[in-house]
Design a protein around this ligand. Structure first.
Ligand code: NAD
Length: 340
């Protein structure tokens, strides 16, 4: 792991609460476009450095996600370092109350939402401490899944010329709130769905719903498929994994899929199309903005479905080069225009 660079973000806040044992990191990457909005992730980390680095990288991705989706938010993300201690409902509530106090101290500069390991109820607890919060009343995940699905279709159309997923094999890594719905949408479109999850019961239940099959957690990334849809942890596409991939498209819902920027070039050299994750998984943030602005269902649906043509445009713009770089260039242009 490379060393952390605290100066790469506008702010990195570490927060420790001695009563509950909470240890958390809030990274606010860039507030040019508005307050930093990004989810709260609760999972174990091998080290403090790994937690800080993940928060900073995910916060950076949020900056570009909002810029590309033309939303008035900056990029931020927080992580809570799980310590393995079992927590009942009351203890979990106490952890999120303490975290809510930390968020409230940012005075709205950081707006949390749900992410891996956190729930709408947790957001409500954070809000109860006076913090501004998104995702407390309605789950954005189905909209994230819808956006990832239209992005996947656009990637498949570009890479394989197929108008739908009918007859193709889609492998979904992680079938939680977003991945589960993404698997269902793909199956409804005629895809054969392979699913993997560290929660074996969840994997079995989603596979049964989709008429699909469960594959091993260790096998899913390199299984034979048309589309690999990483929809759980970050940085699953690494230099070591790329030579082993047996897919034509990588398009999922997870944030920060590529281990480092050189991975995209290596994917392209293998003829594998990468759909930029921070473009594909913007449906959830669009949903939150739509709720804040009281958009109609039709406005929301149109904005989320616009992710499909945006992906097509980026893939065509990149012309065999880097769709991620094409997306970042657009994001940088929007940030520069806002700074003028
Ligand atoms: N929820 C949203 O609206 C949203 C929005 C944008 C991006 N995302 C991204 O989508 C991904 C999934 O988010 P979610 O909200 O569905 O989370 P979730 O916690 O509901 O689901 C994640 C699932 O992945 C499984 N999992 C964890 N590690 C795994 C591994 N190594 N292999 C296989 N399965 C594993 C978990 O058991 C769980 O079922 C995350 O990367 C998140 O940042 C989510």
């Amino acid at each position: 792991m490379s060393a952390i660079d605290p100066w790469a973000s506008e702010q990195v806040i570490t927060y420790a609460d001695r009563t509950t044992g909470l240890r958390a990191v809030i990274a606010i990457d860039d507030t040019t476009l508005g307050p930093g909005f990004g989810g709260v992730r609760w999972r174990p980390y091998p080290s403090t450095e790994a937690a800080v680095q993940e928060a900073q990288r995910l916060a950076r991705a949020m900056t570009y996600k909002h810029a590309l989706a033309e939303l008035p938010y900056g990029g931020a993300k927080s992580v809570i370092l799980a310590d393995g201690a079992p927590r009942d409902d009351a203890a979990r509530r106490a952890v999120f109350e303490a975290f809510g106090d930390a968020v409230a101290r940012t005075h709205g500069l950081y707006i949390p939402g749900v992410d891996m390991g956190t729930t709408l109820a947790d957001m409500e607890v954070i809000r109860s401490r006076g913090a501004r919060v998104y995702c407390a009343d309605a789950d954005p995940s189905p909209w994230t899944a819808r956006g990832a699905y239209v992005a996947m279709r656009a990637g498949v159309r570009h890479a394989c010329g197929a108008p739908t997923l009918d007859g193709l094999t889609v492998a979904v890594q992680g079938v939680g709130n977003v991945g589960g719905e993404l698997a269902r949408l793909a199956a409804r479109d005629g895809a054969r769905v392979l699913v993997a999850d560290v929660d074996a019961e969840r994997a079995a239940s989603v596979a049964a719903e989709c008429g699909g099959e469960v594959v091993g957690v260790a096998e899913v990334v390199t299984c034979e498929c048309d589309v690999l849809a990483p929809s759980a942890v970050a940085r699953v596409v690494t230099a070591d994994v790329i030579p082993l991939l047996r897919c034509r498209v990588v398009a999922g819902a997870a944030n920060d899929v590529l281990d480092d920027p050189s991975c995209e070039r290596a994917l392209a050299q293998r003829g594998i199309t990468f759909v930029p994750d921070f473009v594909a998984n913007a449906g959830g943030v669009i949903h939150e903005h739509a709720r804040a602005q009281a958009w109609t269902d039709q406005q929301l649906t149109e904005a989320v479905d616009a992710i499909g043509p945006r992906v097509t445009d980026l893939l065509e713009d990149a012309a065999g080069g880097s769709p991620v770089e094409a997306a970042l260039a657009r994001g940088r242009a929007r940030l520069a225009a806002a700074r003028r």
